[in-house]
Design a binder for this molecule. Structure first.
Ligand code: ATP
Length: 236
């Protein structure tokens, strides 16, 4: 089995801005992998290249051995993404939004409905299934975005700062949920500014800075080396 993510010399330019400068990164299948780094390090750009939201300028990027450009659909179908900024259809009940998403990925209607219900139950908002996204609280929106990532039953779940600005209770709920998903075999890529979150959840951590990989280590090694100067501190 190829790694969940493998990039070689990956580059992304936005005009004159070089956001990724030759990034080599391997995320093993089944791992819980943290991506840390200061604002502007290139974490979101890296994710956006993997899911095809932006096109790489150079180098290679594969998801489970599928090139993210040439085998776009196979790579994309393997990924569930919970992005930092939500862009959700606001006019339909959230269950329908999930059904549409599953349908778009080729899941037949009856199975799409079953998966939508299961995903909503899993994140704890099944009782809100007939509500529109706009009418959910901030915390429920976070839960919904995770349900949307899960509805395609992904092998790789990418979470872009899933706990930024959430209260302690929700943060702990999300941690439990994603730990369970990883225990069930889903590979997780998590970006975070919080060293303690990485330490609690991840088995490997890569630090990015200015579009380059600085190091890949275990979270314990990072803490020992005082890398938390790069990050914020959690108050939990
Ligand atoms: P944060 O932790 O603040 O979310 P990040 O590590 O995710 O930051 P990116 O958002 O990937 O970093 O940004 C990397 C660099 O690319 C930054 O210099 C940013 O200003 C630039 N950048 C990102 N998106 C664009 C864009 N659409 N157009 C131009 N420059 C961009």
């Amino acid at each position: 089995m190829p790694p969940a993510i493998r990039t070689r010399n990956l580059e992304k330019d936005y005009g004159d801005v070089r956001a990724l400068k030759g990034l080599d990164l391997t995320v093993p299948e089944g791992s819980f992998f943290g991506l840390l780094g200061p604002n502007g390090a290139g974490k979101t750009t890296f994710i956006n290249v993997l899911v095809g939201l932006v096109r790489k300028t150079g180098g290679e990027a594969e998801v489970f051995g599928h090139d993210v450009t040439e085998d776009y659909q196979q790579a994309r179908d393997a990924i569930g993404l919970a992005p930092q900024e939500f862009n959700v259809d606001r006019f339909f009940p959230i269950r329908e939004v999930l059904e549409h998403k599953a349908g778009y990925h080729g899941v037949p209607p009856a199975e799409a409905k079953r998966r939508a219900d299961e995903a909503l139950r899993r994140v704890g908002i099944y009782d809100k299934r007939d509500t529109r996204f706009d009418w959910l609280s901030g915390g429920m929106k976070r839960r919904f975005v995770l349900a949307r990532a899960l509805v395609t039953d992904p092998d790789l779940l990418i979470l872009d700062e899933p706990t930024a600005g959430v209260d302690v209770e929700l943060r702990h709920d999300l941690w439990d949920l994603i730990t369970d998903l990883n225990d069930e075999g889903t590979t997780i890529l998590l970006t975070t500014h919080y060293i303690e979150e990485a330490e609690r959840l991840c088995d490997q951590v890569a630090i990015l800075d200015e579009g380059r990989k600085v190091t890949v280590e275990t979270p314990e090694e990072l803490t020992r080396e005082g890398v938390d100067t790069l990050t914020l501190t959690l108050d939990s």
